[in-house]
Each structure stands twice: as structure tokens, then as C-alpha cells.
Design a protein. Sequence first.
Length: 422
Amino acid sequence: MITISKLKEYAADIRVLYVEDDKAIQHEIHDFLGRFFPTIVLADNGEEGLQLYKTGHYDIVISDINMPKMNGIEMVHAIKEINEEQKVIITSAYNEPDYLMELIDNGVDKFVLKPFNNKKFLLVLYKISEYIYNKKQNQLLQEEILKNMLQTKTIVDMIEHGIVVIDNGVVTQVNEQFLSMAGYESQELLYQEIHNISSLFESHKGYVDVNSNIELIELLEAQKDELHKVIMKINLVEKVYLLKHKKVPNENRYIISFTDITEEEELININVKTGLPNIYAMTAEIEYRLSNSRTLIIDLLRIENIEKMTKWHGREVRNHVDENIAKVLKNEKNVFDENGVFAAYYGHNKFVFIRGKDKKDIVESAIRKIGYISIAQDDSNTKLEKSSMFYIPIQTSIDAGFNSKIDELLKEIDKKFENMVV
């Protein structure tokens, strides 16, 4: 549950760099941020923002896109070259699709539209502040573990993060929290079935994918400044964990912590209104599948008769179409997961399915259920057209091959949606 007091607690030690050329907006947002963050440094353009960043430390960078001298994307690119883990929120008065891929490539954490919706903006600030706070607490915790050599099971089990100790390539200790993450009731059972903790990791692009404990340690040691994340699945539920490690001095022993950052990942990859994966998640999914298979099918879905339903039943019909379809798709999530079908929200009355060629029936089953959605009200005195009572789905598909380029596919998706007259 989000509370102002909790946000203030998380933000107590957070420094913010805010870059905005519009003085009125800059003043307004500065006052808003000042309610929670003790230190807010202002810059009028990307060039000034970059110079301030080089001479100071900032936990969060918030920036507009279109600014004189240096725009926000150029500044973020330069900042990410200095610190790849820097948390960045981009603000803009327009939903600018031309910038989306560039923002994704630069590792931007969130894109917030102007004028600001204080509630949504507050949610973004809360989640990122919570992540930074937990990260700092995790770092302090690991330093304490290393300093005092916390090896006893009683102490380690009190830590909220998952802890694994690897000695000469062998797992010698895990705490209760890690057992819960891995889906095991006891260390003995874990040791019997799992010789390499890497076998617990799901294979996904952008996440750690190794074959042994030794390979994991070598990766963490070789890329100490990189952000390492893993995905672990229990009962079809995927969780994302941030890995941090410390080497015990003068020993071939390593302490690895696992911090649950699933909510932070979802904040970046989930559309708030529908609860479905957004265009960022969809793009990553397509790239991952193209790198691991020869072909895939991208199905596009819209509702054809929105205007007619709006005419009969009012504008509320239009406002709720996305939520109604999302409800059906979320109810189908287990079936989708079991069959490797990925459903995403692409924009108002635009939905995307990513699947293998042999899973057409899974998508068609879900679309039939969408066609059962009725918005008719009980009124015996009103004779309604059938086409104004039920959603009428229309769909088209795109075949994507191993050599397909993601930029070209996104353009084709946009074009196909435009040609689907509704």
C-alpha cells in the first residue's frame, strides 16, 4: 500500500536532478517533488543537466525531451555511459512513438506524460524510491554480512533477501528466504535436486543465463559494474530478482543476495490501466523469441463496432473497451503461459498476441470469448441491434522470421493497425 509517510521515508536520502526548460512547469514540479525529496537540483537544458550530473551524485534523474542546446535523450545517453544503473524518468507533453525505441535502448525507467497526473506520477516516484531505498539497504546489509562473517543459519534466516553461499563452486548455505524463492521446503531437498543454482533460472534475453555455479561467479566477477537480474518460476509464476555478490577476503567463497524486484520490473513493463504487458515488454518479447526460434506469428486484434456501440449506449462503452478485453486476456493467462502465448496492450482498442505457428487455436479461443462480451442493459422496452450489444473482434496476423528486424516489425504493426478500419 502506498503511503506518503512511507514515500518520505524512502526518499529521505535521495537526491533528484530535474531538467526542464519550461520555467512554469519546472517551478510546479519542483514544489511537488519538494514535498518528499530533501534535495532537488534544477537544470534548464540537457547540457546544463549533464554538467551538474558530472559534478554531483543523483539517485533519480527526471528530464523533459525537447530542450535547447541538448535534448533529454542525448543527455540520458551521456548519463548512461557514465552510470548504466542510473534511474531515469522521462517526461513529455506528447506520446512520441519515434522516441520509444531510443528510450528503451538508453534504459529509461519510466515515460510520464504531461500534464502530470499527480496520482500516477506519485506511483512512479514511490516505486523507484522504494527500489533505490531497498538497494541501499541491501548494500548496507551485504557490507555487514561481509564485515561480521554472518555464517550462522539463525542470523542469515532473519534476512529478508535470499542468500546463497558458494564455496569453491559448491553451494554450501542458503537461507529460508532463498528456499522460498526456489520453491523448496528444506536445504537437504534443495541440495539433493539442485547442484547448480543456475538451473533454477529461466532463459530470457537480458537476464543471467549460465550453466554452472562457477560460470555464475565468473560472470558476476567479470562484470561487477553491470546490473544482473534472473527470472525464477514457481507454479507458473515468474519472479525477477536482482543479484549482488561479495567475495570473502582470502577465500574462494562468495555470498550472493537475491532481491525481489518483480514489482519494479512490472512498473516498467506493465500498462497501468489494463494490467497487461505494454509496448516495451512486447518489443523485448519479440526480440527474445526471434533470437531463439526461426519463426513466430504476431496476431493483431481490434473491436470493429465501437462507434456503433457508443451511439447506442454512450461514451462509457468506448472508455471501458480496453479494460473489458484485458479482463478476458488476464483470465486466459495460465492457458497462454502453458502454450507460450504472449498477450500485450498496444494502445486504445489495440491488442497484440505473440505465438508459435501451432498455437493459433489458443488465440482464437480467447478472441471468441471477447466476442461474447455484451454491453446491453436489461430493458424490455428497447429493441437493440445485435451488432450494438456484443463486441465484434477483427484480427490480422504478421509472420516474423529469424531475419526480421524489430524496427521494421514495429512499423508493420502500426501500419496493420491503421488499416484495420473500426
